[in-house]
Design a protein around this ligand. Structure first.
Ligand SMILES: Nc1ncnc2c1ncn2[C@@H]1O[C@H](COP(=O)(O)OP(=O)(O)OP(=O)(O)O)[C@@H](O)[C@H]1O
Ligand SMILES: [Mg+2]
Length: 359
């Protein structure tokens, strides 16, 4: 005879794909009925039309069919009431009301913040941030990424998820997870093609919300794609995250390098530790003979690293994106390989090696 307890036990193996906790602990299982070898369960989702509905339905069915004695499984999908949803959100917060200082920003959160900065725009800062995030996730780290570049949110489109919207449960927002990276961007919340006018205090508020009202779960490292230059947002980040480490992106061009140094000096002045410099668009390697052409000159990255008394951690080659190829580089490309090496250096320089070892 199959018992309800057996079914409940089996359901503890089924995780909510967004929250990564089992659906029993999350009180998502509303009803279990056993009739001989036939089982019917009702699972409650937070919102109707939840895109993960089929995933959950499938995992429940598969897990229950593996229980000895079960031959037929019916999964009924329901939706939480407002009250149930509020309880769910409270559960994710660990039963606590939102604290003044979000858990992520508590001194003992164990999260390493890494802000990616550049002096000039268009040097590939967002591309570097996205590819580095993915490469760090590949090394086994739990990675978050906040797109704080309010002048142009490009992180979602680099990851190919610009059309998606995060799940919002009451006032708790779930980050979108892709390629092992949890993402949050203001892009998800502004209407399409509308200009956003940001005033100083709003920027800080947005960042605070991203840290306070987004359910990140446990993270090892949080990357921030900062707007170019040394403006308001950069200052806000420096204030909000006094212990953040910083990575400077430049191109080999002399003018880009000069401005990158300025951005770096600003980081140093606010006591951010600069862990290194990434030179992007370093050279083009001929796909036939491998010969390198230095399209944008040479040594920008080295100069910046010397001026900031840090190391040049990577030289990322120019990719041929003329066929509409994506700027999230596959592992078997020269760029992918360069990012893998960069990730390993960053792990070393940012003190993440123990986190990697414990995964
Ligand atoms: N290594 C590379 N090879 C080829 N194209 C690249 C490379 N890195 C970045 N790009 C391209 O250069 C353009 C600018 O890159 P990206 O948006 O990352 O720069 P950014 O510094 O974040 O710019 P912004 O100041 O607008 O935020 C993009 O079209 C991107 O695809
Ligand atoms: Mg950008």
């Amino acid at each position: 005879m199959v018992t309800k307890e057996q079914i409940l036990d089996a359901l503890r193996d089924v995780e909510d794909p967004e929250v990564h906790r089992n659906i029993v602990d999350l009180d998502m299982v509303k009803r279990i009925e056993v009739d001989g070898d036939r089982v019917e369960v009702e699972v409650l989702l937070t919102v109707t039309g939840c895109p993960l509905r089929t995933t959950i339905e499938h995992s429940v069915r598969e897990r229950l069919l593996a229980v000895e004695g079960v031959r037929e499984v019916d999964v009924v999908i329901g939706t939480m009431s407002d009250e149930q949803r509020a309880q769910f959100a409270a559960k994710l917060r660990g039963g606590k009301e939102p604290q003044t200082l979000p858990p992520l920003l508590q001194p003992d959160s164990g999260v390493t913040f890494l802000a990616v900065a550049s002096g000039k725009g268009g040097v590939g800062k967002s591309t570097v941030t996205a590819n580095l995030a993915r490469a760090l996730a590949r090394e086994g780290l739990r990675v978050g990424l906040v797109d704080a570049d309010i002048y142009g949110f490009s992180i979602p489109s680099i990851f190919g998820i610009a059309e998606r919207k995060p799940t919002v449960i009451n006032d708790l927002i779930l980050p979108i997870e892709v390629n092992g990276v949890k993402l949050m961007s203001m892009h998800f919340f502004v209407p399409e093609n509308q200009p956003v006018v940001w005033r100083g205090p709003m920027l800080g508020k947005m960042l605070r919300n991203f840290f306070g009202e987004v359910h990140w779960g446990d993270l090892d490292v949080m990357l921030l794609d900062l707007p170019p230059g040394t403006g308001d947002v950069a200052l806000d980040v420096h204030q909000l995250l006094p212990k953040s480490k910083e990575l400077i992106v430049t191109t080999p061009q002399a003018n880009a390098a000069e401005v990158a140094v300025r951005a770096g000096v600003m980081g140093l002045r606010t006591n951010h530790e600069i862990i290194g410099v990434v030179e992007n668009l370093s050279y083009f390697a001929c796909p036939c003979c491998g010969e390198k052409t230095y399209l944008f000159g040479r040594d920008g990255g080295r100069h910046v690293a010397e001026a900031l008394r840090t190391e040049l951690l990577a030289e990322i080659p120019v990719a041929d994106l003329s066929d509409g190829g994506r700027a999230l580089f596959a592992d078997d490309t020269p760029q992918g390989e360069a990012y893998r090496q960069l990730a390993r250096r960053v792990i070393d320089r940012a003190g993440l090696a123990t986190a990697v070892a414990s995964r």
